[in-house]
Ligand binder design. Structure first.
Ligand SMILES: [Mg+2]
Length: 340
């Protein structure tokens, strides 16, 4: 770890928020920190520290234990509470998205380190500091070499967490996204349908599913080649994304030339409306398709089904119903929408 510079990833030098009521100490701390190349913001008590924390978003907090107005222990507890509140509001806003859950957890790991400075080097106040949520502590009078090393170490740790978070996000992306179209993949489709099923069974609210297939796509590939086929899939995928615009709608590549839209809180009428918009959108692309027996350009067969989920039924019932509708759309001559 010692080879990693705390500056290596961030564009700006780390920002240290220093809270100490002793002006002489603050001056010394600032000088020492600035010698290390860090930026410094000073405050004189715990209350000011809380206010500054939200606005300056420091990389680390250096917190004196004994201060007027609000001491370091109390301030530390509040800082932890802020981190918890941020986590709770992130959790509340992500509905049931399991992928994002991991991001939130890694955000919790990456919370700002708090280094307590205390002249009370008895065991009790050390325990108090850790109980309050401090990441580490140093004692007064300050041993400058120790402080420098602790700071370096904590900043490096925070950087590693940040890198882990980025790697985690990249992996989630790979695991959930179809590489060709950028839409959700089958894995993500299955997870999302399952979680929405549980939600909507509780709420007794409607869930709709659109399944659609590009007509005579095998012949398209035969006629124009696979690179053109890939481009066609991408263009159709973009239309689906643009037309299914409700916040909770999920557009997925379901199979080779098959796409799906999961539409929570949507009745059959709403789903048909979106299906018609998708159908029109694809027609308007006017992608020439000489291999098609039903049209001169690319068209879709679309199956739609709608259900109010229950504990007795399962997501596969909805998939089966939409699949039957899609089958009928094909059997009845393709380039059409069928509701089951
Ligand atoms: Mg003090």
């Amino acid at each position: 770890m010692s080879g990693i510079s705390p500056f290596s990833l961030s564009k700006q030098p780390p920002l240290i928020l220093v809270a100490d009521d002793d002006k002489a100490i603050r001056v010394l701390l600032r000088k020492a920190m600035e010698q290390e190349g860090y930026r410094v913001v000073e405050v004189t008590d715990g209350k000011q520290c809380l206010d500054a924390y939200e606005t300056v978003k420091p990389d680390i907090v250096l917190l004196d234990a004994v201060m007027p107005v609000m001491d370091g222990f109390t301030c530390c507890k509040h800082l932890l509470q802020i981190a918890r509140n941020n986590l709770m509001s992130a959790l509340a806003s992500l509905d049931t998205d399991s992928g994002l859950g991991n991001t939130v957890i890694s955000k919790l790991w990456g919370r700002t380190p708090i280094l307590m400075i205390t002249s009370l080097d008895d065991e009790q106040s050390v325990d108090r500091a850790f109980e309050a949520g401090a990441t580490d502590y140093v004692t007064k009078p300050i041993h400058w070499a120790v402080l420098r090393q602790r700071l370096r170490q904590l900043l490096q740790q925070a950087q590693v967490y940040k890198q882990l978070e980025e790697a985690n996000l990249a992996l989630q992306q790979l695991a959930n996204v179809d590489g060709l179209t950028g839409l959700a993949n089958r894995r993500r489709f299955d997870n999302y349908l399952n979680t929405q099923w549980i939600n909507l069974a509780q709420e007794e609210s409607a869930l709709s599913l659109i399944l659609c297939d590009i007509d005579f796509f095998k012949f398209y590939n035969d006629q124009y080649g696979h690179p053109a086929g890939d481009l066609c899939l991408q263009k159709v995928g973009t239309i689906l994304s643009n037309k299914a615009q409700k916040h909770q709608d999920l557009v997925a590549r379901y199979g080779g030339e098959e796409f799906a839209v999961i539409m929570p809180h949507t009745h059959a009428n709403g789903a048909i409306h979106v299906a018609k918009a998708i159908q029109a959108g694809v027609r308007n692309l006017q992608i020439a398709h000489r291999g098609s027996a039903v049209n001169q350009s690319v068209t879709l067969s679309i199956g739609v089904s709608s259900i109010i989920p229950t504990w007795e039924s399962s997501p596969s019932d909805l998939i089966l119903a939409a699949d039957k509708a899609l089958y009928r759309a094909k059997a009845e001559g393709r380039d059409r929408i069928v509701l089951n």
